[in-house]
Design a protein around this ligand. Sequence first.
Ligand code: URA
Length: 230
Amino acid sequence: MRLDKFICRCTELSRSDAKKYLKRGAIKVADEVIKDPGFQVYPESVVTFNGNLLSFSAARYIMLHKPTDCICSNVDELYPSVLHLVEVDRAFDLHIAGRLDADTTGLVLITDDGQWSHKITSPKKECQKRYRVQLSKPIPENATQRFKEGVQLQNEPKLTRPALLEVLGEKEALLTISEGKYHQVKRMFAAIGNRVIGLHREQIGDIELDQELSLGQWRYLTEEEVNTIS
Ligand code: URA
Protein backbone atom coordinates (compact mmCIF):
# COMPACT_ATOMS: atom_id res chain seq x y z
CA MET A 1 0.00 0.00 0.00
CA ARG A 2 1.12 3.59 -0.56
CA LEU A 3 2.72 5.29 2.44
CA ASP A 4 0.29 8.25 2.38
CA LYS A 5 -2.66 5.83 2.52
CA PHE A 6 -1.04 3.91 5.40
CA ILE A 7 -0.66 7.19 7.34
CA CYS A 8 -4.30 8.16 6.76
CA ARG A 9 -5.44 4.70 7.88
CA CYS A 10 -3.51 5.01 11.17
CA THR A 11 -4.31 8.66 11.94
CA GLU A 12 -7.08 11.21 11.47
CA LEU A 13 -5.05 12.95 8.73
CA SER A 14 -6.38 13.65 5.24
CA ARG A 15 -4.29 12.52 2.26
CA SER A 16 -3.11 16.12 1.62
CA ASP A 17 -2.07 16.61 5.27
CA ALA A 18 -0.22 13.27 5.20
CA LYS A 19 1.70 14.52 2.16
CA LYS A 20 2.60 17.77 3.97
CA TYR A 21 4.07 15.83 6.91
CA LEU A 22 5.94 13.55 4.51
CA LYS A 23 7.47 16.60 2.80
CA ARG A 24 8.55 17.96 6.18
CA GLY A 25 10.40 14.70 6.95
CA ALA A 26 8.11 13.75 9.86
CA ILE A 27 7.69 10.15 8.67
CA LYS A 28 10.23 7.36 9.00
CA VAL A 29 9.96 3.84 7.64
CA ALA A 30 12.36 1.38 9.29
CA ASP A 31 14.20 4.36 10.79
CA GLU A 32 14.72 6.15 7.49
CA VAL A 33 13.02 9.42 6.58
CA ILE A 34 10.76 8.83 3.58
CA LYS A 35 9.24 11.76 1.69
CA ASP A 36 7.70 9.89 -1.23
CA PRO A 37 3.91 9.49 -0.66
CA GLY A 38 3.86 6.55 -3.09
CA PHE A 39 6.56 4.58 -1.19
CA GLN A 40 5.30 1.00 -0.73
CA VAL A 41 4.66 -0.19 2.82
CA TYR A 42 2.93 -3.23 4.33
CA PRO A 43 0.75 -3.73 7.42
CA GLU A 44 3.81 -5.00 9.30
CA SER A 45 6.09 -2.06 8.26
CA VAL A 46 7.59 -0.03 11.12
CA VAL A 47 6.38 3.49 10.40
CA THR A 48 6.81 6.41 12.80
CA PHE A 49 5.24 9.87 12.76
CA ASN A 50 7.25 12.47 14.72
CA GLY A 51 8.87 9.52 16.52
CA ASN A 52 5.57 7.81 17.44
CA LEU A 53 4.94 4.33 16.11
CA LEU A 54 1.87 4.07 13.88
CA SER A 55 -0.03 0.86 14.37
CA PHE A 56 -1.89 -0.43 11.37
CA SER A 57 -5.22 -2.16 11.65
CA ALA A 58 -7.07 -3.13 8.52
CA ALA A 59 -10.15 -1.05 7.76
CA ARG A 60 -13.57 -2.66 8.19
CA TYR A 61 -16.39 -2.42 5.66
CA ILE A 62 -19.87 -3.65 6.55
CA MET A 63 -23.32 -3.68 4.97
CA LEU A 64 -26.38 -3.70 7.21
CA HIS A 65 -30.02 -4.27 6.34
CA LYS A 66 -31.42 -1.49 8.49
CA PRO A 67 -34.79 -2.02 10.12
CA THR A 68 -37.03 0.86 11.22
CA ASP A 69 -36.86 2.39 14.70
CA CYS A 70 -33.08 2.70 14.87
CA ILE A 71 -30.94 5.63 13.80
CA CYS A 72 -27.83 6.17 11.70
CA SER A 73 -25.88 7.95 14.40
CA ASN A 74 -23.05 6.97 16.75
CA VAL A 75 -25.14 8.02 19.74
CA ASP A 76 -28.52 6.80 20.88
CA GLU A 77 -31.27 9.41 20.80
CA LEU A 78 -35.01 8.78 20.60
CA TYR A 79 -34.11 5.44 18.99
CA PRO A 80 -30.97 3.33 19.48
CA SER A 81 -28.02 3.55 17.07
CA VAL A 82 -27.80 0.97 14.26
CA LEU A 83 -24.30 0.21 15.56
CA HIS A 84 -25.88 -1.91 18.33
CA LEU A 85 -26.87 -4.36 15.57
CA VAL A 86 -23.28 -4.87 14.42
CA GLU A 87 -21.70 -7.38 16.78
CA VAL A 88 -18.02 -6.59 16.25
CA ASP A 89 -15.29 -5.31 18.58
CA ARG A 90 -15.26 -1.55 18.94
CA ALA A 91 -18.47 -1.18 16.89
CA PHE A 92 -18.80 2.43 18.03
CA ASP A 93 -15.42 3.28 16.42
CA LEU A 94 -17.17 2.72 13.09
CA HIS A 95 -19.23 5.36 11.31
CA ILE A 96 -22.13 5.35 8.88
CA ALA A 97 -21.52 6.26 5.25
CA GLY A 98 -24.80 7.92 4.33
CA ARG A 99 -27.66 8.07 6.82
CA LEU A 100 -31.20 6.81 6.59
CA ASP A 101 -34.14 8.17 8.56
CA ALA A 102 -35.45 6.17 11.54
CA ASP A 103 -38.46 5.03 9.50
CA THR A 104 -36.42 4.08 6.39
CA THR A 105 -35.19 0.52 5.83
CA GLY A 106 -32.47 -0.90 3.60
CA LEU A 107 -28.81 -0.68 2.77
CA VAL A 108 -26.48 1.07 5.21
CA LEU A 109 -22.72 1.00 4.75
CA ILE A 110 -20.58 1.15 7.89
CA THR A 111 -16.81 1.56 8.04
CA ASP A 112 -13.83 3.06 9.81
CA ASP A 113 -12.24 4.21 6.55
CA GLY A 114 -12.99 7.93 6.39
CA GLN A 115 -11.64 8.39 2.88
CA TRP A 116 -13.82 5.58 1.56
CA SER A 117 -16.99 6.93 3.18
CA HIS A 118 -16.16 10.41 1.89
CA LYS A 119 -16.43 9.04 -1.65
CA ILE A 120 -19.99 7.95 -0.83
CA THR A 121 -21.16 11.03 1.01
CA SER A 122 -19.32 13.92 -0.66
CA PRO A 123 -21.75 15.79 -2.98
CA LYS A 124 -18.83 16.31 -5.39
CA LYS A 125 -18.48 12.55 -5.96
CA GLU A 126 -22.10 12.21 -7.10
CA CYS A 127 -22.37 8.63 -5.80
CA GLN A 128 -25.76 7.24 -6.86
CA LYS A 129 -28.24 5.81 -4.36
CA ARG A 130 -31.34 3.89 -5.40
CA TYR A 131 -34.52 3.88 -3.28
CA ARG A 132 -37.77 1.93 -3.54
CA VAL A 133 -40.56 4.31 -2.66
CA GLN A 134 -44.20 3.75 -1.67
CA LEU A 135 -46.46 6.78 -2.02
CA SER A 136 -49.75 7.92 -0.55
CA LYS A 137 -51.15 9.11 -3.90
CA PRO A 138 -50.78 8.04 -7.55
CA ILE A 139 -47.57 9.23 -9.22
CA PRO A 140 -48.38 11.94 -11.78
CA GLU A 141 -47.40 11.30 -15.38
CA ASN A 142 -44.93 14.18 -15.51
CA ALA A 143 -43.05 13.09 -12.36
CA THR A 144 -40.25 11.35 -14.28
CA GLN A 145 -39.62 14.47 -16.35
CA ARG A 146 -39.81 16.79 -13.35
CA PHE A 147 -37.26 14.75 -11.39
CA LYS A 148 -35.02 14.61 -14.46
CA GLU A 149 -35.12 18.41 -14.69
CA GLY A 150 -34.72 18.90 -10.92
CA VAL A 151 -37.29 20.09 -8.41
CA GLN A 152 -37.19 22.93 -5.92
CA LEU A 153 -36.96 21.75 -2.31
CA GLN A 154 -38.03 24.08 0.48
CA ASN A 155 -35.16 26.13 1.94
CA GLU A 156 -32.65 25.04 -0.72
CA PRO A 157 -30.96 27.54 -3.01
CA LYS A 158 -30.78 25.24 -6.05
CA LEU A 159 -32.91 22.69 -7.87
CA THR A 160 -32.15 19.04 -7.10
CA ARG A 161 -29.70 17.32 -9.45
CA PRO A 162 -31.20 15.24 -12.28
CA ALA A 163 -32.69 12.08 -10.77
CA LEU A 164 -34.01 8.92 -12.39
CA LEU A 165 -37.58 7.91 -11.55
CA GLU A 166 -38.74 4.46 -12.68
CA VAL A 167 -42.45 4.04 -12.08
CA LEU A 168 -43.29 0.47 -10.98
CA GLY A 169 -46.97 0.88 -10.15
CA GLU A 170 -49.60 3.49 -9.43
CA LYS A 171 -48.02 4.34 -6.06
CA GLU A 172 -44.62 2.64 -6.24
CA ALA A 173 -41.36 3.71 -7.89
CA LEU A 174 -37.59 3.43 -7.86
CA LEU A 175 -35.76 6.72 -7.47
CA THR A 176 -32.03 7.08 -8.09
CA ILE A 177 -30.40 10.26 -6.78
CA SER A 178 -26.79 11.39 -6.68
CA GLU A 179 -26.95 13.72 -3.69
CA GLY A 180 -27.96 13.20 -0.09
CA LYS A 181 -29.73 16.23 1.30
CA TYR A 182 -31.65 15.90 4.57
CA HIS A 183 -34.86 13.87 3.94
CA GLN A 184 -34.17 14.27 0.24
CA VAL A 185 -36.49 11.63 -1.19
CA LYS A 186 -39.40 12.63 1.04
CA ARG A 187 -38.87 16.29 0.18
CA MET A 188 -38.65 15.57 -3.56
CA PHE A 189 -42.03 13.85 -3.53
CA ALA A 190 -43.46 16.60 -1.32
CA ALA A 191 -42.28 19.08 -3.96
CA ILE A 192 -44.57 17.39 -6.51
CA GLY A 193 -47.51 17.17 -4.10
CA ASN A 194 -47.13 13.56 -2.97
CA ARG A 195 -46.12 11.86 0.31
CA VAL A 196 -43.67 9.02 0.94
CA ILE A 197 -45.23 6.33 3.14
CA GLY A 198 -42.53 3.68 2.69
CA LEU A 199 -38.84 4.08 1.87
CA HIS A 200 -36.18 1.44 1.36
CA ARG A 201 -32.61 1.90 0.04
CA GLU A 202 -31.60 -0.88 -2.34
CA GLN A 203 -28.26 0.29 -3.72
CA ILE A 204 -25.32 2.66 -3.12
CA GLY A 205 -22.99 3.08 -6.11
CA ASP A 206 -22.59 -0.46 -7.44
CA ILE A 207 -23.19 -2.09 -4.04
CA GLU A 208 -26.61 -3.74 -3.77
CA LEU A 209 -28.27 -4.81 -0.54
CA ASP A 210 -27.66 -8.56 -0.19
CA GLN A 211 -31.05 -10.30 -0.50
CA GLU A 212 -29.82 -12.94 1.96
CA LEU A 213 -29.74 -10.40 4.78
CA SER A 214 -32.98 -10.02 6.64
CA LEU A 215 -33.86 -6.87 8.56
CA GLY A 216 -31.20 -6.19 11.21
CA GLN A 217 -28.60 -8.56 9.74
CA TRP A 218 -25.19 -7.51 8.48
CA ARG A 219 -22.12 -8.89 6.72
CA TYR A 220 -18.64 -7.70 5.74
CA LEU A 221 -18.34 -6.36 2.19
CA THR A 222 -16.25 -8.37 -0.24
CA GLU A 223 -13.01 -6.82 -1.48
CA GLU A 224 -14.64 -6.46 -4.88
CA GLU A 225 -17.56 -4.49 -3.39
CA VAL A 226 -15.18 -2.25 -1.43
CA ASN A 227 -13.19 -1.49 -4.58
CA THR A 228 -16.27 -0.43 -6.57
CA ILE A 229 -16.32 2.79 -4.53
CA SER A 230 -13.63 4.94 -6.11
N1 URA B 1 -34.30 10.39 1.69
C1 URA B 1 -35.18 10.47 2.72
O1 URA B 1 -36.11 11.27 2.69
N2 URA B 1 -35.00 9.66 3.78
C2 URA B 1 -34.02 8.73 3.85
O2 URA B 1 -33.92 7.99 4.84
C3 URA B 1 -33.12 8.65 2.77
C4 URA B 1 -33.29 9.49 1.71
